[in-house]
Ligand binder design. Structure first.
Ligand SMILES: Cc1cc2nc3c(=O)[nH]c(=O)nc-3n(C[C@H](O)[C@H](O)[C@H](O)COP(=O)(O)O)c2cc1C
Length: 168
């Protein structure tokens, strides 16, 4: 379990809504600021990161740093849930981790939170990295998602989130 207080998102200068995130892998709850402003995914770019076995970021490419709004120094060593958006259902991440723990790849749509409270959608492929038959960490490569798929996923995730919040 990690203390998340080292990665507190600063309150954005403009209008924002304060929202709570209940963490599943990390300890407790954090407060995040959501401006509901979408940041356009840069055309033709791949966003790449690598983590250790616990989801701590060990590598991030330049596009990752740019789109997340955090500096590279802040990102490296941070838990990947630093990008967790309050609109994301827990089930998406439990499915991701169960798939990775079986040694398989996971594909899915993820809404990520920027440091400035904005957001960006990605289509992510997350894979286990093997060395000599052992999983030594994970990589994620994201590309720009199709807008039409995002519209469907928004509905799906919102109904999943409602069910989770109602405790069903
Ligand atoms: C390689 C890799 C990449 C990940 N990328 C993201 C990401 O872009 N956004 C995100 O919210 N979680 C990502 N995760 C999942 C986080 O580790 C975490 O499970 C999730 O944010 C929920 O965290 P929490 O339960 O502690 O709140 C990634 C995990 C791995 C292993």
């Amino acid at each position: 379990m990690m203390d998340m207080s080292a990665w507190i998102q600063p309150k954005p200068a403009g209008e924002s809504v304060e929202r709570k995130i209940k963490h599943y892998q990390q300890d407790g709850e954090t407060t995040v600021y959501d401006t509901d402003i979408e940041f356009p995914y840069p055309d033709g770019s791949l966003i790449v990161s690598r983590t250790d076995l616990n989801g701590i970021i060990t590598h991030a490419n330049d596009v990752f740093v740019e789109i997340s709004g955090w500096t590279r120094d802040e990102i490296i060593g941070a838990p990947h849930c630093i990008l967790r958006h309050p609109d994301m259902p827990k089930a998406a991440f439990t499915d991701m981790w169960e798939t990775l723990k079986r040694g398989e790849r996971w594909y899915g749509y993820v809404k990520n939170l920027r440091k400035d409270g904005g957001y960006y959608w990605v289509y992510a492929t997350v894979i286990p990295n093997f060395r000599k038959g052992q999983v030594i960490g994970y990589s994620s490569i994201r590309r720009k998602p199709a807008r039409q798929r995002i519209d469907e996923i928004i509905e799906l995730y919102s109904s999943m989130l409602t069910k989770e919040q109602e405790g069903k």
